[in-house]
Design a protein around this ligand. Structure first.
Ligand code: FEO
Length: 172
């Protein structure tokens, strides 16, 4: 059984994951209308992953005697001045999510809720991966600079990254 405090902290995280999903969906739309197909696909996949993160929390809260809350969400921004700015926001957003997960882990430890503490370890590992992916994408973008040919290749490469990561998520 979840304590009220942990239930509410988990619900806060549900909202953050839902907002992350909306944010990446909005980034996908912007990239798509710019003709950046590969980047758009990457963002659509990211958005789906965030929804999966949210659902995993929803199920956990409901299974442990809590009540997962589906709430209104903060609307994400819809335009970006450059795709570099967009990926910087993605990276900073993931740092924010990691911090939020860390705080959540801390609360479960303080309350000696070892089941929730154990459940959240999956999110801790996931955040390490998400931060690393976002960072390596940003490094690539910094290498490209303003080179249009570089952007074309980057857009193609990132599509490959999407295929690889969706194989990693859904191994046959
Ligand atoms: Fe669910 Fe990207 O954090």
């Amino acid at each position: 059984m979840l304590s009220k405090n942990i239930e509410s902290a988990l619900n806060k995280q549900i909202r953050i994951e839902a907002e992350s999903s909306q944010t990446y969906l909005s980034m996908a739309c912007w990239a798509e209308v710019q003709g950046l197909e590969g980047i758009a696909q990457f963002m659509y996949t990211q958005s789906d992953e965030e929804r999966a993160h949210m659902l995993k929390l929803v199920k956990y809260v409901n299974e442990r005697g809590g009540h997962a809350q589906v709430t209104d969400l903060k609307a994400p921004k819809t335009t970006y001045s450059t795709f570099k700015e967009m990926f910087e926001e993605l990276y900073n957003h993931e740092l924010f999510v990691s911090q939020s997960i860390n705080e959540l882990v801390h609360i479960t430890f303080e309350e000696r809720d070892y089941a929730s503490h154990n459940f959240l370890q999956w999110y801790v590992s996931e955040q390490i991966e998400e931060e690393a992916t976002a960072k390596s994408i940003l490094d690539k973008i910094n290498l490209i600079g303003d080179d249009k040919g570089g952007l074309y290749l980057f857009d193609r490469d990132i599509q490959q990254l999407t295929v690889t990561s969706s194989i990693a998520i859904n191994p046959k």
